[in-house]
Design a protein around this ligand. Structure first.
Ligand code: PFF
Length: 450
């Protein structure tokens, strides 16, 4: 079971484990996806449900995934297989989800890269109204080749970080740029709060109106929580397989969860006042931040500098997430298919880039093609966040709560009894009963059983 461990890399100290896991968690899910999903689902009430999902389900699951990864020192498929053969399907579910997520994530990452370039050249600053920014965005994503070019460039950038190896590539990039992202987000939220009419946006975001909540809202919130925290997919299993024996898993999970949620809430504080100030619909979908953000920068002194720095950081946040998704597939191909790491990485890059190119065309020239009533882009997003991740999370609860040797779990969480975990019983209760039951009810409801 441990046959790979002597050749595998490990990550540095405590900070590094938190940083790389935060690097995976904090990404477009927080800054692009969270605001549009919250806007689409009524704002304040969604925020409350989202935070409950994060604390009651996301956090215990992250600790569970960390334990599985560090107990086995293997890729997602190998890890579950090593602990119990019959559960390797959980790893396959993760590898599939990582592939499908990368298919649209590379595309959106490409958009942010294009916006960064437009910020540098100043071409983004020449428009003024939200309507103008909307048509700039629509024109851009429906161009047949430019978004693909950026998708490919982004995939290659991810590839090269992966090729540098776990320690140098992943660790170093996360370490430098995550803290900077916070600083810029705080500055932008202050600016946004001062925009005329911004108060209405704050009310929308923070004042819950539960009359708009349906069970499908809860499933969407759960899916967003898992997507944002990178769980239910094997990413945290894969990353934890590189953690050191001294790493405190529950502190790491707690820190990552807090940081990730802070970035999402800050993104909401940046976006919603601006949404109401420039008069666009909070439910405008995936285009929301790409229309709102340029409008925010427009009203700022030194707008070019702000928008360049912001999109640069968004590119980096996206990159640390695409790296983690790529690593799930690369580690799987390398260890299970016995490919060299190089060949595994290139296979992953080629396959995901191809899917990304098709997803990119699906919101442009091929937008008439709608399998299951959605564009391929929307379908990939929907299937992963609302089906594969919750299903992955559900079975992870069952596996870690019921099947896994409880001593293995306890040893991982307490580092062989050297750390205390006072709320262990509560943790097990959530993992065994609460999480799976809530998820089961949500699935059944969404299938129309009730
Ligand atoms: N958590 C990332 C984000 O919020 O952007 C996206 C993501 C990365 C999802 C890795 C899943 C994953 F395994």
């Amino acid at each position: 079971m441990q046959h790979h461990s002597h050749t595998r890399a490990t990550l540095g100290g405590k900070l590094s484990a938190v940083l790389v896991a935060t690097g995976s968690s904090v990404g477009l899910g927080n800054i692009w996806r969270f605001p549009y999903v919250a806007g689409d689902n009524g704002g304040g009430a969604f925020l409350v449900i989202y935070i409950l999902c994060v604390i009651l389900m996301g956090l215990p699951l992250m600790i569970a995934e960390f334990s599985v990864g560090r107990a086995s020192h293997l890729n997602a498929v190998g890890a579950y297989r090593a602990l119990d053969r019959r559960w390797s399907f959980l790893g396959y579910n993760g590898v599939l989800a990582a592939f499908l997520i990368l298919g649209f994530y590379f595309v959106v990452s490409g958009w942010t890269a294009e916006y960064m370039v437009h910020s540098v050249t100043g071409s983004l600053a020449q428009y003024t109204t939200a309507a103008e920014y909307e048509s700039v965005f629509t024109n851009f994503i429906s161009n047949p080749w430019r978004p693909i070019l950026y998708t490919v460039l982004f995939a290659l950038a991810t590839h090269f970080v992966i090729a540098l190896g776990v320690q140098k590539g992943i660790e170093r990039s996360a370490k430098m740029l995550m803290p900077l992202l916070f600083v810029v987000l705080i500055a932008l939220s202050i600016h946004s709060l001062l925009m005329p009419g911004g108060g209405e946006g704050l009310r929308f975001f923070f004042q819950p109106d539960f009359s708009k909540v349906t069970p499908s809202t809860v499933l969407v919130a759960l899916g967003q929580a898992f997507f944002s925290l990178s769980i239910g997919i094997g990413t945290m299993v894969t990353y934890a397989s590189y953690f050191k024996p001294e790493t405190n898993l529950r502190h790491t999970a707690l820190n990552v969860t807090i940081l990730d949620t802070l970035v999402a809430v800050l993104a909401g504080v940046v976006i919603f006042p601006a949404v109401f100030s420039v008069g666009i619909e909070p439910s405008s979908g995936p285009s929301l931040v790409f229309i709102t953000l340029p409008s925010i920068f427009n009203g700022m002194p030194l707008s070019m500098v702000w928008s360049t720095v912001f999109f640069l950081l968004l590119v980096v946040a996206a990159l640390t997430s695409t790296i983690s998704l790529h690593e799930v597939i690369t580690a799987y191909l390398h260890e299970e298919w016995h490919m060299s790491r190089r060949a595994a990485a290139w296979t992953t890059t080629a396959a995901t880039t191809l899917l990304g190119a098709v997803a990119s065309l699906s919101v442009g020239v091929w937008s008439g093609w709608k399998p299951f009533g959605l564009t391929l882009f929307d379908l990939l997003d929907y299937v992963t966040a609302n089906i594969l991740l919750p299903v992955g999370g559900f079975f992870t609860c069952i596996f870690v709560g019921w099947k896994l040797d409880q001593q293995v779990l306890k040893d991982q969480i307490t580092n062989n009894g050297t750390l205390k975990f006072r709320i262990y019983r509560l943790f097990i209760l959530l993992l065994r009963y609460f999480c799976p039951l809530v998820m089961l009810m949500l699935f059944l409801d969404n299938l129309g059983v009730f």
